[in-house]
Design a protein around this ligand. Structure first.
Ligand SMILES: [Fe+2]
Length: 334
């Protein structure tokens, strides 16, 4: 009997699926941002990570591939893109005490469909010459007439600005947010155009004094000899929602519904939340580690400390449709 049980146990042990030796990642992020992570993970675990860079149509592709999709994980940026794949029903919830312990609740889906890995703050680029210390205080204050003709920004319908407007709704409701958008629009130096980097260039050119943008673009521009002179004319100031903190968005990860290599993929997800991976990932794009306490790069640390807004991205994401509607209602880009 004992012998039989032992034999059965041995049989079961061999029948248990071993951890897959490779996983497949669909990445919306550029390969050079992902490669250092992949290399470190493979060196530690022996699990190969095949990365397919997918610039557009992530959700559509996963829907079209359905159960036959080779993808285990999706890496992307912005809550808007994460919501797109969740709403397309191509993700699965992940339960992981490791991820829950590492990633703050405000930066992950309560249901486990997405997890933030790095954060970027949506802040103010301010002219070093024309804007005094302490002149920029809150997001609400950007609607004050004292800024008339002095603000630049990209389209109000860009994912980054929609998230900021959605965050404003979580704090003040739709009516007050509409008033805020109207005030902000009235203060613009020019119609919204370009990306965040173009706003830095506009400040350098004297077209405006402050602009709304993401932190990491300054790092990217400083590293580019052609754009560095413009970036040198601005500094980063961290506005807050009155009584709360600075708006952040995330780059994140989600597990696909089909995930053929579920366990190995989960191992990679959990590893991405480790101190080592957090440091590598945040540093490659001048972002902030999502996990509290992990060291920031010297450049990013040099921008100064700030308090993250306390509203959860899941709650903010719920107000995205309302935010889009308000931006259209006030004809923000018009
Ligand atoms: Fe960006």
């Amino acid at each position: 009997m004992t012998l039989r049980l032992t034999a059965l146990a041995a049989l079961l042990a061999t029948a248990l699926p071993a951890l897959a030796d490779e996983i497949n990642v669909y990445s919306h992020r550029q390969p050079e941002l992902i490669q250092p992570l992949v290399d470190a993970f493979t060196a530690e675990t022996g699990i190969a990570v095949n990365v397919a860079f997918i610039d557009k149509g992530m959700a559509e592709r996963l829907v079209a591939e359905g159960d036959r999709s080779p993808a285990d994980l999706v890496l992307t940026v912005d809550i808007a893109r994460l919501m797109q794949i969740v709403e397309a029903d191509v993700t699965q919830p992940v339960t992981s005490p490791v991820l829950d312990a590492a990633i703050p609740a405000t930066l992950r889906d309560p249901a486990g469909h997405w997890f933030g890995l790095t954060t970027r703050a949506r802040i103010v680029y301010a002219s070093k010459d024309r804007v005094a210390d302490g002149e920029v205080t809150s997001y609400e204050d950007l609607a004050d007439p004292k800024w008339k003709g002095r603000i630049c920004t990209r389209s109000g319908l860009s994912d980054y600005n929609v998230a900021l407007t959605a965050a404003m709704i979580t704090h003040h409701g739709e009516e007050a947010t509409q008033t805020w958008l109207e005030g902000l629009k009235a203060n613009l130096a020019r119609k919204p155009e370009g990306g965040d980097r173009d706003q830095v260039k506009a400040i350098a050119a004297g077209e405006c004094d402050i602009a709304i943008g993401n932190t990491y673009y300054i790092g990217q521009m400083l590293a580019d000899p052609e754009q560095a002179p413009a970036a040198e004319t601005v500094r980063i100031l961290f506005p807050v929602f009155e009584g709360d903190g600075t708006h952040v968005n995330i780059s994140g990860v989600a597990m696909t519904k089909s995930a053929p290599n579920h366990d190995a993929a989960l191992k990679f997800m959990e590893w991405l939340a480790s101190d080592e991976a957090q440091k590598i990932y945040a540093e490659t794009n001048n972002e902030y580690p999502a996990k509290p306490g992990v060291e920031r790069s010297a450049l990013v640390a040099g921008w100064g400390d700030f308090t993250q807004d306390s509203k959860s991205l899941a709650e903010i994401a719920g107000f995205r449709p309302a935010a889009v509607k308000l931006v259209e209602t006030v004809d923000f880009d018009g």
